[in-house]
Design a protein around this ligand. Structure first.
Ligand code: 5AD
Ligand code: SF4
Length: 449
C-alpha cells in the first residue's frame, strides 16, 4: 500500500487548545503555499496532519486510534500520507514510529515550518523533526489566509513555571516571545483581510516581553496594536496569576479596544494543594489580584481552569475549590480531572486519588461552575453593548456573536452579516448564552441620519 507521491489535497485535524488551532491554521497556510488544496474530510485528503494536544486526557491513545483508521486501504488501495504533529509528537518522538510504523512525518510544535520539506523527505523514509530550533518558526511562515472576523495571534510560546502536573514546559520548551514589530505587521495583515478582533495567545501570555525591540510587555504590545485602524477588539489568553502586573490591569482601564475579560487559571482553591502544584501563588494572593482588577474595572468577566483530584487532595481541599468558585463567580470555567502525565513530578507523588473520587468531585464542581455562569449571564441582562457576529444561529434569521464579556449572544438583525459589530441590548440569560435584541435607533437619531 502506498501513500501518494505528489499529494494534491490536505486536511489538518486539531485536537487541542487555541494555540493548537493557531498552529493548525499555519500548517494549512504552509501546505496551501506549497500548492495543496484544503479539504474538509480526512477521508478525501492525500495528506492528513494530526495536530495533537498533550493537555487532553488519553491524547496519545487518540492519536494511535486515528492513525489506525487512516492506514486502512481506500477503494483504490492507497492511504494518505500521515503526519503526527503537536505536543504528543514532541513528547513521544520517534516512539510514535515504533508503535505506528505507517506514520510518515513526526514534527513538533516548534519545527512545523519545515513541514513541506519533511513531506518531500518522507517519500524516501520517515521524516522526524522534534528539535527546538534557535531560529523561530515564525520567520519562515507564509502570509496568513484567514477570512474570519476574529483571529488568533500567537505572541508567546513555552513555559518556565513547571507546575508539577503539567507537560507544557517539556513539550513547548522555555518561554519565548515574538518581536512586537512582527506581531504588529501580522495584525495589520489580518485587518487587511477583514479581521476585526485578535486574541493574543501564549501559554503564559502575560509573561510576554519583546526582548529584541523596546522591551514592551504585554500591556505595551496591546497599546501598540490598539493603534491599528480597523482592529476593533483585542483579547489575550492564557495568563498566569504571578505575571498579572499593574501595567496590564491599567490597560484594562485605559485601552477601550481591550475587552473586559480575563482567563486567569487558579487550578485549586487550597493553598496547600497550590504549593504541591508549584503554582507560585496562593489562594489569598490570587484573590488579592482579582480584587485589584475588579476595583479598576468593575465589569471585568473572569474565567479559570480547575483541576480536581490532584494527588493528596482531601475533601477539605476540594471544598476550598468549591468556595473559591462561589466567591469569584466566574463567567466560565474549564474543569479537569487530574490525570497523570508521564515525566511530570506529580505523576509519582503518593496519594493518587481513585477515579470514583475524581468523578464525584468533578460533578460537584461542574454544578457550582454552571450556577456561577448563569448568575454572571443574568447580571448582564439590561446591558447595552456591541456584539461581533461570528456564525449563523440555529433558527432562520438568527446570528450568534460575542459580547465584550465573551458570552455567546443570539440575535436576529435583518440585514446584518457575519463580521458586523452591532449594538444590542441583552434581554435574557441562559447558562451558556444570552439573548439580545438590536438597539433600534430613536426617531431623533434616524431623522439626524
Ligand atoms: N491533569 C488534568 N488537567 C491538566 N491540565 C494541565 N495538565 C493537566 C493534568 N495533568 C489543565 C490545567 C491547565 C489546562 C490547560 O489543562 O487546568 O490550565
Ligand atoms: Fe503548564 Fe503551569 Fe506552565 Fe500553565 S503555567 S503551561 S499549567 S506549567
Amino acid at each position: 500500500m502506498t501513500s501518494p507521491a505528489s499529494p494534491k489535497t490536505y486536511h489538518v485535524k486539531s485536537f487541542g487548545c487555541q494555540m493548537n488551532v493557531y498552529d493548525s491554521e499555519r500548517m494549512g497556510d504552509l501546505l496551501s503555499a506549497d500548492g495543496l488544496t484544503a479539504v474538509d474530510s480526512p477521508d478525501a485528503a492525500d495528506v492528513v496532519v494530526l495536530n495533537t494536544c498533550h493537555i487532553r486526557e488519553r491524547a496519545a491513545e487518540k492519536l494511535y486510534s486515528d492513525i489506525g483508521r487512516l492506514r486502512q486501504p481506500r477503494a483504490d488501495g492507497s492511504r494518505p500520507t500521515i503526519v503526527a504533529a503537536g505536543c504528543v509528537a514532541q513528547a513521544e518522538g520517534a516512539e510514535i514510529g515504533r508503535r505506528a510504523p505507517d506514520v510518515d512525518v513526526i514534527v513538533g510544535p516548534l519545527a512545523y515550518h519545515r513541514l513541506p520539506e519533511l513531506l518531500k523527505q518522507s517519500e524516501t523514509g520517515r521524516a522526524v523533526d522534534i528539535d527546538m530550533p534557535a531560529v523561530p518558526k515564525f520567520d519562515s511562515l507564509p502570509q496568513r489566509r484567514i477570512a474570519q472576523a476574529s483571529a488568533f495571534l500567537t505572541v508567546q510560546e513555552g513555559c518556565d513555571k513547571f507546575c508539577t502536573f503539567c507537560v507544557v514546559p517539556y513539550t513547548r520548551g522555555p518561554e519565548t516571545s515574538r518581536p512586537a514589530a512582527d506581531l504588529i505587521a501580522e495584525a495589520q495583515a489580518l485587518v487587511a483581510r477583514g479581521v476585526r478582533e485578535v486574541t493574543l495567545l501564549g501559554q503564559n501570555v502575560n509573561a510576554y516581553v519583546d526582548s529584541l525591540g523596546a522591551g514592551l510587555s504585554l500591556s505595551g504590545l496591546i497599546r501598540a496594536l490598539a493603534e491599528i485602524d480597523g482592529l476593533e477588539r483585542i483579547r489575550y489568553t492564557t495568563s498566569h496569576p504571578r505575571d498579572m502586573h499593574e501595567d496590564l490591569i491599567a490597560a484594562h482601564v485605559e485601552v477601550p479596544k481591550l475587552m473586559p475579560y480575563l482567563h486567569l487559571p487558579v487550578q485549586s482553591g487550597s493553598s496547600r494543594i497550590l504549593k504541591a502544584m508549584n503554582r507560585a501563588h496562593t489562594r489569598e494572593s490570587y484573590l488579592a489580584t482579582l480584587a485589584t482588577l475588579r476595583a479598576a474595572r468593575p465589569d471585568i468577566a473572569l474565567s479559570g481552569d480547575f483541576i480536581v483530584g490532584f494527588p493528596g487532595e482531601t475533601e477539605a481541599d476540594f471544598e476550598d475549590t468549591l468556595s473559591i468558585v462561589r466567591e469569584v463567580q466566574y463567567a466560565a470555567a474549564y474543569c479537569f480531572k487530574y490525570s497523570i502525565r508521564p515525566g511530570t513530578p506529580a505523576a509519582t507523588m503518593p496519594d493518587q486519588l481513585s477515579e470514583a473520587v475524581k468523578d464525584e468531585r468533578l460533578a460537584r464542581l461542574l454544578a457550582a461552575v454552571s450556577e456561577g455562569s448563569l448568575a454572571f449571564n443574568r447580571s448582564t441582562v439590561g446591558r447595552r453593548c456591541k456584539v461581533l457576529l461570528e456564525r449563523p444561529g440555529r433558527k432562520p434569521g438568527q446570528l450568534i456573536g460575542k459580547t465584550p464579556w465573551l458570552q455567546s449572544a443570539v440575535v436576529s438583525i435583518p440585514g446584518a452579516a457575519i463580521g458586523d459589530l452591532v449594538e444590542v441590548d441583552i434581554v435574557d440569560a441562559h447558562p451558556n448564552s444570552v439573548e439580545a435584541v438590536p438597539v433600534v435607533p430613536s426617531k431623533q437619531e434616524s431623522a439626524a441620519a
